[in-house]
Design a protein around this ligand. Sequence first.
Ligand code: HDE
Length: 707
Amino acid sequence: MMKDKKLDGDFLTTNHGQKVNHTDDSLKAGPRGPIIMDDHHFREKMMHFDHERIPERVVHARGAGAYGYFQVYESLHDYTSATFLQDPSKVTKVFVRFSTVVGSRGSADTVRDVRGFATKFYTDEGNFDLVGNNMPVFFIQDAIKFPDLVHAIKPEPDREIPQASAAHDAFWDFVSLMPESMHMIMWVLSDRALPRSYSMMEGFGVHTFRFVNSNGKSHFVKFHWKPIAGISSLVWDECQKIAGKEPDFNRKDLWEAIEMGSYPEFELGVQILPEEDEFKYGFDILDATKIWPEELIPVRLIGKMTLNENPTDFFAETEQIAFHPGHLVTGIDFSNDPLLQGRLFSYLDTQLTRLGGPNFQEIPINKPIVEVNNNQRDGFMRQKVAKRPVNYFPNSRGNGCPMMAGREDMGYIHYPQEISGNKVRERAEGFKDHYSQATLFWNSMSDIEKQHIIEAAWFEWGKVEDTGIKERLVYHFAHINDSLATKVAEGIGVRVPNDGEMEEIRTNLDRIDKIWKDKRRVGESPALSIENNKKTDSIKGRKIAILAEDGADIQTVIKIKDWSKKQAAKGEVLSSKGGKLSDKSEAVKIDKTYLTTASVVYDSIIVVNGKDSVDKQLENGDSLHFLNEAYKHCKPIALIGDALELLGKTPMSELPFKRTNGDHPRIQEINGVVFSEESDQDFWNIYFDVVAQHRHWTRQLKERVPA
Ligand code: HDE
């Protein structure tokens, strides 16, 4: 697990430790002769290479990981005895793996998908894995449906198309017949499915867990990760373009942020519910298709995680890490959520195929920091050399060791929950409400977020060929919101529910209302809207493209790079060819060219002043395309001095900017486009605010922009 960067001076060796003298030619009978059997070095090298691949994860195959640390803000001893949640001075090491769910290991990052957010806490009482997602609910209520869900969403089985996309008949057929997925579908069609960065998305434990304190008292708990940088998303057109231009977009963003010291940070939050309140609310707390609205049960922020170290060996660390929701520590326990219960089987089982046997816990990244001490022995790839000759319990020959730990020694004691019931394959009544929280989600969105959901449905369902599937989906949407269903139906050209179906829908909704009569519910939850949770006082993690050619004002370029760095953002100089830009006194490195990057991978664009530079850009379709595309995607744009001329060649020429004279202010801003005569502190202050807004949705003309 520890990194060793001091490798200079090491000799190349074979796997049995012999120093190698020559590795570029195989051992042959004469320079043109056949390879001879003596060449063990060749055979060993090739044998190992032939077996380098292991099965990828059946879901969440594509991921990126990082090390970090966690510290609690204040002791939670009233609620839990978990040792890593007691002492603010205690630093607990973590490894986090972020992932997409559907695509294979080599698929693009910016697909419309759920993101995995799995954290391994290496605590001093063993590993605690919080294996969550960036959405707080799930498609299904019972784990037994998981193989069906995954079969449906993975590529069609006959042709293995499409890769990393839900936009095909199988998935939407399944959804149209599984109304319990409706709430999750709202999240998946929303901007939450297109995170700008892994450090700009929330994480959720999804299930209801328990905290248990040292007196054995239990509270229900839900876990949340809140990004310190706020929540930000991409737009769908941008995502599809990035998938081609920079398929490693999120992975690279995470890597670069850590390398440049702009560490991703998240606060851990908990919603705590006393056991006696289990039935007080208008949702079943065991149903993983429901949230606990924060407005009803507030999120208490209990600590902070900082990711500050990149892995050194992707395979050994990010690929071989094995998470399991059953990796708990004393003080945390399960609820009866049937989705969680099913996961407890799957995660252990899957490692047997993926990591090749039962000893995967001994791989360095999976090893707890505490000693593992038990009577398990042998099996493929066993690493540990047992020091005790006794491998059974009870024993007298080993003094009864390893021995059992009582409560006072932090032995894990399951919460003695009372359980009774008939053996049945049935759903609880409260689980039969498939729509009310989908409606809650819809009602909580801003106008632009609603529009994005509608457009996402147009895209996804527009790719479905079977009209019957589309009609069934619209029928379910009519349970969520009339106007949503109508707009989506119009866009994809299918009929809306007829009178008879509308009557049926009303009856269904009345039935659901009766389930929750007299229970506590909310109609809207502002915490669900990204727009409401934007961080407008920081530009941490943003990428700014500085467009300049020979003749550009180098001082401005340098200033923007410095300003960005001070804010933990990144300014990159872009030009039509590589090398350096210089004037009489200074030179600055060109980071990228129009060929090696694209406007879609930046959060904002600045074009610097300098007549010669701007003249070149006026003749260059690539720089104009950069501007157009950034404008279309509602990104902040800044033009300094002469650069204003460029607008004349774009549809933005209609914006009423004017070069400064007596009548016009020195700095002008219209819907996120800033023009300034100079690159001074006043300009930077205004530009900073505009970038911190992230997107400027009110932008006019964008539909007419040819990009
Ligand atoms: Fe997973 N899931 N899952 N899942 N899951 C796996 O475990 C499974 C679910 C999640 O970065 C697999 O080691 C079942 C919910 C993450 O290594 C597998 C069910 C949530 C990761 C598995 C679910 C998750 C996985 C594949 C339905 C959010 C990636 C490889 C009951 C709370 C972890 C592996 C990593 C991975 C099974 C549903 C999160 C097959 C049966 C709900 C973040 O075991």
